[in-house]
Design a protein around this ligand. Sequence first.
Ligand code: MD3
Ligand code: FE
Length: 203
Amino acid sequence: PPEVLEPGAVVLRGFALAQATDLLAAVQQITAQAPFRHLVTPGGLTMSVAMTNCGALGWVSDRSGYRYDPIDPQTGQSWPTMPLLFRQLAREAAETAGFAGFAPDACLINRYAPGARLSLHQDRDEGNYAHPIVSVSLGVPAMFLWGGAQRADKTRRIALLHGDVVVWGGPARLRFHGVLPLPEAHHPLTGAHRINLTFRKAG
Ligand code: MD3
Ligand code: FE
């Protein structure tokens, strides 16, 4: 049964398990065209998480700020097309969580190696916060931090395992969140890595 973290935030345990192998094969295809890279924040720090994108828009960061860009600045090409498998999975997960008709135009692909982390932040670079965000966890389990509306609010830890899908919408859409440093571990499909797919309607 869907686990509700709070209104709008729903964990679908194992929702992507049956497609995990196909999803990871698609990630391999995507990264052959748009390789994983470590982006630099506006503050000049290099992110420990490696990132790439597929879809019409890709999330990028550099010294000038964060933005969604139709062009991969590293290759000068469009981002790879979002596979039908990705679009269908995101739509079905959103529908299961009560957000029918979700049509993402951006898929950020995050790769965590041991020690990689994502500090507490909000996702505020999208045009319309009425659309939910769908995230798919693959490979090594991670500890997710779930905060409140203010950075200083108390956080909860939620383990996200291979195949888990989370939908964040409505009042949960602007919550602070992050990921603790990835432990040293091994997963048969990803080795030492965790892969996270984050689907958004950005444009
Ligand atoms: C909660 N990624 O890329 S996905 C990100 O596991 C990001 O790689 C994390 O946060 C990861 O921005 C977490 C889950 C997630 C994504 C967006 C959210 C949780 C969210 C937006 C609002 C609230
Ligand atoms: Fe985020």
